[in-house]
Design a protein around this ligand. Structure first.
Ligand code: DAV
Length: 372
């Protein structure tokens, strides 16, 4: 790399190169996620209805404290940290094609925004309550885009999110139908419109994995292919057929450095899809069981226990992990990583852990070909 030329302000080609600048979410004014055709929040421990409306102030404060703790750890590593705008998320939304009672939160930029080299891509999103979440990041995007002509900015086509875009009976499918449909990768979103969340992607230099899921359909992957492949990327659709409710790849398949991916032992890749890794000498290492079972996750958390592996790389040798996940710390230690433990469980009910709650804007490095 040429060290005399400063990096473009937006420059991130993979999940692990040395981190220079990152966005960390904020919990201010967050609401409970509303039920909608693309989503059915539920309590694990009771049949009571899932709460609605704004989250109580003390919950928001607890999450913000932990988000601020992550910010301090990253700053301690010399990383520039910026934050999105706290939108007013509490009012009902009405567009020509849908209505929803309120928005959700701006805690998880990873779901909405992705850096692909020197380009920022805003995802289409898949849920009504998250349709306008990009607005929280627009000031940041403009600041990068105005300051550096090398920065590209693309907004993916917004879907209608009308009733017909969804298969609402998905949520009531009996287990047998779920088994059958899962192999066709058919979930709650139909294939008629381009739909993807940014967090279904994982970046490996020239190669970008995209998970087909509840939040990313085949039309979405097709759009990404047609957008990215002329720019020198290769887009690989991937599937984890044992995950009945797949959403976002970063609790399932998590690259940590060239040659090493942390994998989910309960969610193997579809047969054949691991070939590019084996053929190129990459090691797939299974994550240990999380320290909490699914029913021990925080009460309003809708994610699985595998938030344990939702780690954030500061460099190819330094990884931020949730502080309770000691078995994972030990594994990473054995693999030669320095682990920075951070308490983060109060953030889980906002949709994710350390990787979800961030969006890396600038890392060192350039487009490498790890799978020649
Ligand atoms: O395993 O529940 C959660 C992803 C959160 N954005 C899971 C995936």
């Amino acid at each position: 790399m040429n060290h005399s030329a400063p990096l473009p302000l937006v420059n991130s080609w993979n999940e692990w190169d040395p981190l220079r600048e990152i966005i960390v979410g904020v919990a201010d004014r967050a609401c409970f996620e509303p039920a909608e055709p693309g989503y059915r929040p539920a309590l694990r421990d009771s049949d009571e209805p899932f709460p609605t409306g704004p989250k109580p102030a003390e919950m928001v404060d607890r999450a913000n404290e932990q988000l601020d703790g992550l910010v301090r750890v990253l700053q301690g590593q010399g990383v520039t940290v910026r934050r999105p705008d706290a939108l007013d998320l509490t009012r009902p939304l009405k567009t020509p094609t849908f209505e929803v009672a309120n928005q959700y939160c701006v805690v998880c930029p990873r779901d909405v925004m992705i850096t692909l080299g020197n380009e920022i891509v805003e995802a289409t999103m898949s849920r009504r309550a998250r349709y306008f979440e990009y607005q929280a990041y627009r000031k940041l995007v403009y600041s990068y885009w105005n300051a550096d002509p090398r920065v590209a900015w693309t907004v993916a086509p917004k879907p209608s999110m009308a009733d017909a875009m969804y298969r609402e009976d998905f949520w009531e499918w009996p287990l047998e139908k779920r088994h059958a449909e899962m192999h066709n990768s058919e979930f709650c979103v139909t294939q008629d419109e381009v739909v993807f969340d940014a967090a279904d992607m994982s970046r490996f230099g020239r190669d970008v994995l995209v998970q087909e899921s509840m939040t990313t359909n085949r039309a979405g992957i097709h759009w990404l292919k047609r957008h990215l492949e002329p720019r020198g990327f290769r887009v690989h659709p991937v599937h984890f057929p044992l995950d009945f409710f797949p959403s976002h790849i970063d609790c399932t398949f998590v690259p940590l450095r060239p040659g090493l991916v942390l994998t989910n032992p309960e969610r193997p890749l579809r047969e054949g899809e691991e070939r590019m890794f084996h053929d190129n000498g990459w090691e797939l290492v299974e994550a240990p069981q999380p320290t909490s079972a699914n029913d021990e996750m925080p009460r309003y958390c809708q994610s699985s226990k595998w938030l344990s592996m939702n780690v954030l790389s500061v460099s190819p040798s330094t990884v931020v992990c949730e502080e309770r996940e000691k078995p994972l710390h030990d594994l990473l230690d054995k693999l030669g990583f320095e682990v920075l433990p951070v308490p983060f469980r109060d953030v889980f009910e906002y949709g994710g852990s350390l990787h979800c709650a961030t969006w890396d804007v600038r890392r060192e490095g350039t487009m490498e070909d790890y799978f020649p």
